[in-house]
Design a binder for this molecule. Structure first.
Ligand code: TYM
Length: 327
């Protein structure tokens, strides 16, 4: 039997190059080696307010981008988190075994909470729901970008604690980072990671950005005061652009760009990104032209994974002594 893979993306904001290079690209590459489940985590998205209409369309848009990026819905299950109630159900049970101190230590919680006038309890619970996403399917491999590493350590801690309190129930999930692109930085500020919620117009490259927009954003990307690329002494902005270009086109390496003036270097980076995104954008347009297609993929995904989640919930209920109907 193939080991199971699980990962997810929030359907909030615009999916960007960091999401693609840190996660989706890796998913597409490994999907056939595993039994893969990729989730659109709408319950995570609502930990901060989302406009309801926008969220509804973002869920389908995110699913379409998964497929456009190479996730094959015949091979992998594409699932909306809220369509399988086991995620939220298990999250509650795991909440009851998670010490509050573990959650207060999460760096993403601290960073996000600072930006909110009122901090919803869901924001603190966020990593417990993430642990539930993984554990409800007994996933072995979790391919993510580096920013999710701390959450995955917590998921393992929660699984271990549950197992020691109630008996062996969950298998331990492993974090799988991509070799290149685990942490793509913002173009406008290479000291912060590229993120969906950042506001700067030149911060992120959206997966659906037109070539002209991509060229402009990369042309304006922060570099340093040197005139040309020195591979032995690259500032964070230049290093980030090289990582992006290399992840998009492996033939772009340090030795290829050595000595290039920044203007030419940026053109090379932009063309590598544009050629990588072109087929994705083309496929996205094809998929979204068929109104019913995404919905059929999401129903099929849900139906495929429901029995796995139900089986885990039953095991967890039994282990904890909760009510399980006898028929
Ligand atoms: P999210 O939606 O913020 O990001 C989705 C994926 O993209 C990766 N990523 C990046 N990788 C490299 N560089 C970046 N700048 C960058 N920004 C984002 C993320 O690491 C992630 O893999 N909590 C998660 C979603 C989630 C999940 C899960 C993931 C919910 N449940 C269970 C794995 C397993 C999140 O908000 O990802």
């Amino acid at each position: 039997m193939k080991a199971r893979v699980l990962s997810g993306v929030q359907p909030s904001g615009q999916l960007h190059l960091g999401n693609y290079l840190g996660a989706l690209k890796n998913w597409a590459e490994i999907q056939s080696d595993y039994e893969s489940i990729f989730c659109i985590v709408d319950l995570h998205a609502i930990t901060v307010y989302q406009d309801p209409q926008e969220l509804t369309s973002k869920i389908r848009e995110t699913a379409a981008l998964f497929i456009a990026a190479g996730i094959d819905p015949k091979e992998s299950s594409i699932v909306v988190q809220s369509s399988v109630s086991g995620h939220a159900e298990l999250a509650w049970m795991l909440t009851c075994v998670t010490p509050l101190g573990w959650l207060n230590r999460m760096t993403q919680f601290k960073a996000k909470a600072e930006k909110q006038a009122t901090v919803g309890a869901g924001l603190l619970q966020y990593p417990v729901l993430m642990a539930a996403d993984i554990l409800v399917y007994q996933a072995k491999i979790v391919p993510v970008g580096e920013d999710q590493s701390q959450h995955l350590e917590l998921a393992r801690d929660i699984a271990q604690r549950f197992n020691s309190m109630y008996g062996a129930t969950f298998i331990m999930p492993e974090t799988r980072l991509p070799a290149v692109g685990a942490r793509i930085m913002g173009l406008d500020d290479p000291t912060t990671k590229m993120s969906k919620s950042a506001t700067g117009a030149n911060h992120a490259i959206a997966l659906l950005d037109e070539p002209g927009v991509i060229r402009k954003k990369i042309a304006r990307a922060t570099t340093d005061s040197e005139p040309a690329v020195d591979p032995e002494n690259m500032g964070p902005g230049v290093a980030n652009l090289l990582t992006i270009a290399h992840a998009c086109d492996p033939s772009v390496t340090k030795s290829v760009v050595a000595g290039m003036r920044y203007g030419d270097f940026k053109k090379l980076v932009a063309e590598a990104v544009i050629s990588r995104l072109k087929p994705i954008q083309q496929k996205y347009r094809e998929i979204t032209a068929d109104a019913g297609y995404i919905d059929s993929v999401l129903v099929e995904g849900q139906q495929r994974v429901l029995p796995i989640a139900e089986d885990t919930i039953k095991k967890v209920k039994t282990a904890m002594g909760l009510y399980v109907a006898r028929r």
